[in-house]
Design a protein around this ligand. Structure first.
Ligand SMILES: Cc1cc2nc3c(=O)[nH]c(=O)nc-3n(C[C@H](O)[C@H](O)[C@H](O)COP(=O)(O)O)c2cc1C
Length: 370
């Protein structure tokens, strides 16, 4: 697969090439979750060559909001700002997709929430000093509806698709993980039970999309490669569970599965043998295209990743190299992130929002990697 080839998703959406800008929470929204000037400038500078931008996680309800400064899609007042951002991205030929999330138990740092929802009270992942309400069938139904309403807002804002955030310990992940989920009803137990919430969510969102759209609109999902809440010696088992999860999702109306990984070109050891991680993951995903992500910077990395999966994404390279996708496509120069003084002038030149810039400065090596 060649990076500059176009790609048609099952829904009919045509991407001009194989490159996605992976979600990056820049924490630069207004307090009410509305898009700011900083957000618009950041994406304006980074959408000229990429196939699609996946806008970072947007909370579907106030009760699901995990952190301040994030994007809101929980209220109709968010639509005008989102629409402005969509137009900024799409005028440059890129498709615009928004990642939607509910934080579940991860909302404990949201000061407006006295009690967070949790999948089951028995989980050791819960903070003993925080209050939780275990999700009932009634509250689960309310959450499905909140996701559906968020999808309708995404459609009204002009997006080309939504991506369910089922990675990074957010609510669908909390259902899927045996560490978070000790439920004894049909939403718990074996992998089938633990996947019930996610599968039902996908089916409901697809029905909602079909009802409210007449043009192609993508439905994707983001999955973690492993359950980081498990011990190191359990990670092998966790990777195997991810493989089975991908297999289980194959029959569902998904346009893509977007993997979240720190290094997608790594090899993995399974039962004493060495495998390419990407090829194992792709083998499990027979009918849904995978987007591989993590640690891709140079053209050779992208070419290696595309040998296994049809689509790839990158996140950190876009911070210092706003036209990273253009550089990959032309292949004209060797791509490096040069060490530079992280001054305010450089921040303004790169249009990086202030809070993101602060974390870049604090973990410099992680951002200026390779
Ligand atoms: C500052 C920052 C914020 C991120 N926010 C999100 C997010 O909102 N949703 C998500 O799925 N991943 C998020 N990620 C993870 C990235 O999408 C990506 O998976 C990760 O950075 C590895 O890819 P990379 O090596 O190309 O950076 C974030 C990463 C960074 C650095």
């Amino acid at each position: 697969m060649s990076v500059e080839e176009s790609f048609e998703l099952k829904c009919g959406l045509v991407l001009r090439n194989r490159l996605f800008f992976a979600p990056i929470s820049t924490l630069s929204c207004h307090l009410g979750g509305e898009i700011s000037e900083e957000d618009l400038e950041f994406y304006d500078m980074r959408s000229s060559s990429v196939g699609a931008v996946v806008l970072a996680s947007a909370y579907v309800s106030q009760k699901g909001k995990a952190y301040e400064g994030g994007i809101g899609i929980s209220h109709n007042r968010h639509i005008p700002g989102l629409n402005k951002l969509v137009r900024t991205i799409k005028k440059q030929g890129a498709k615009a997709i928004v990642q939607v999330y509910h934080g579940g138990a991860m909302t404990l740092y949201n000061r407006d929430i006295r009690k967070s929802f949790c999948v089951s009270k028995g989980s050791q992942n819960l903070n003993p000093t925080h209050l939780y309400d275990e999700l009932t069938l009634v509250t689960i139904e309310q959450i499905y509806q909140e996701y559906e309403e968020a999808v309708v807002r995404a459609i009204s804002s002009g997006f080309d698709g939504v991506e369910i955030h089922a990675a990074s310990n957010y609510l669908p992940f909390q259902f899927m993980s045996p560490n978070w989920n000790h439920r004894e009803d049909s939403y718990g137990g074996d992998l089938k039970g633990r996947l019930k919430f996610t599968k039902e969510l996908i089916s409901r969102l697809k029905r909602c999309i079909d009802k409210h759209t007449s043009s192609p609109f993508a439905l994707g999902i983001r999955l973690s490669e492993v359950d980081t809440s498990l011990e190191a010696e359990e990670q092998d088992q966790s990777f195997k569970t991810t493989l089975l999860t991908i297999q289980e999702l194959n029959d569902l109306p998904l346009d893509y599965i977007h993997m979240a990984s720190s290094d997608c070109l790594e090899e993995v050891q399974l039962e004493g043998r060495t495998y390419s991680k990407s090829s194992l993951l792709t083998t499990m995903s027979q009918s849904v295209p995978l987007i591989m992500c993590g640690g891709l910077l140079k053209k050779a990395d992208v070419v290696a990743a595309l040998a296994h999966s049809p689509l790839i994404s990158a996140c950190r390279p876009f911070i210092f190299l706003p036209n990273w996708a253009g550089d990959i496509l032309t292949g004209a120069k060797e791509i490096v992130i040069e060490e530079r003084a992280l001054t305010g002038v450089v921040r303004q030149e790169l249009r990086v929002p202030r809070i993101l810039w602060k974390s870049v400065k604090e973990s410099k090596d992680w951002y200026m990697y390779k």
